[in-house]
Design a protein around this ligand. Structure first.
Ligand code: NAP
Length: 162
């Protein structure tokens, strides 16, 4: 099973200055990400790995880059296809923009957190979710609260033909 996991703003913005747009303002989304990906293989681009600076615990970390990362607990490979082949567990492609654009056609499922806000500073975007290819199969709404600055929805898309 191959899935993408991503959080997008209202214009599909996902990042700026090699960081998340909402920084640490959505802890419940970080918790959701952790819950979904623990025990899985996470595949990420070099910029996303560099923005974290260390592997994610309790997951198989695979970085796609032509430059080896060299950190303990991180596998580096030069292509997305070889990343899929290396993965020993269910796959979550976890960004960033370039990896998402290259991987979306290979995916079975998309886990998309839709953040109910716009961030004009966004420079990196998620590709359009084509409704002829993807159908929404679940949506869970969360209002903003004292911990989470913005309202958001956890949305799951499966392929129309699945
Ligand atoms: N909102 C979210 O859910 C979310 C999630 C993750 C990241 N982000 C944000 O996304 C931004 C980073 O995205 P980005 O597009 O700049 O970078 P990225 O996709 O993380 O990394 C790009 C680099 O990864 C390698 N790469 C990516 N796809 C490849 C492919 N198909 N084949 C071979 N190599 C590939 C290349 O590295 P080399 O040049 O070293 O070969 C490329 O320069 C940051 O702002 C980050 O915070 C947001």
């Amino acid at each position: 099973m191959k899935s993408i996991i991503v959080a997008v703003d209202k214009k599909l913005g996902i990042g700026a200055d090699n960081d998340l747009l909402w920084m640490k303002d959505l802890p419940d989304d970080l918790a959701y990400f952790k819950r979904r990906t623990t025990g899985a293989s996470v595949i990420m681009g070099r910029n996303t790995y560099d923005s974290m600076g260390r592997p994610l615990p309790n997951r198989e970390n695979i970085v796609v880059s032509h430059r080896p990362v060299g950190d303990e607990g991180v596998l580096t490979t030069a292509s997305l296809q070889s990343a899929y082949e290396l993965a020993r567990y269910p796959i979550f492609v976890m960004g960033g923009g370039r990896i998402y654009a290259d991987a979306i056609d290979d995916m079975d499922r998309l886990y998309v957190t839709e953040v109910n806000a716009e961030f004009p500073q966004a420079t990196v975007f998620f590709p359009r979710i084509d409704p002829t290819v993807w159908k929404e199969v679940s949506r869970e709404h969360h209002d903003a609260d004292e911990r989470n600055k913005y309202a958001f929805d956890f949305v799951v898309y499966d392929r129309n033909d699945s």
